[in-house]
Design a protein around this ligand. Sequence first.
Ligand SMILES: [Zn+2]
Length: 99
Amino acid sequence: MIIPKKVKIFGFEFDVSFKEDLDKVSGIDGKIDFDTQTIIIEPDRPQRVLEAIFIHEVLHGCLSYAGFDTLSDNESFVEAVGNALHQALTTSEGDLING
Ligand SMILES: [Zn+2]
């Protein structure tokens, strides 16, 4: 899958960017910042891991904007559902947008 430069979550447009050494500075592979409406991803990962990180951060955003903050704060829940969603999206036949 292609990781977009921008993604809309509940109508809010988030910029998606990569930041070297995010993991070394913050100890994390990705993060979503609701104040600046950005998703930042550590780039030094295999493509499939980058995709899974992107889906994971989008899922945090979806859950938070939908009012499920407790679920969004549950990292193991977001990790499990995000990975399942990533697998479903990347093993589907055809292009999800263009058919
Ligand atoms: Zn997370």
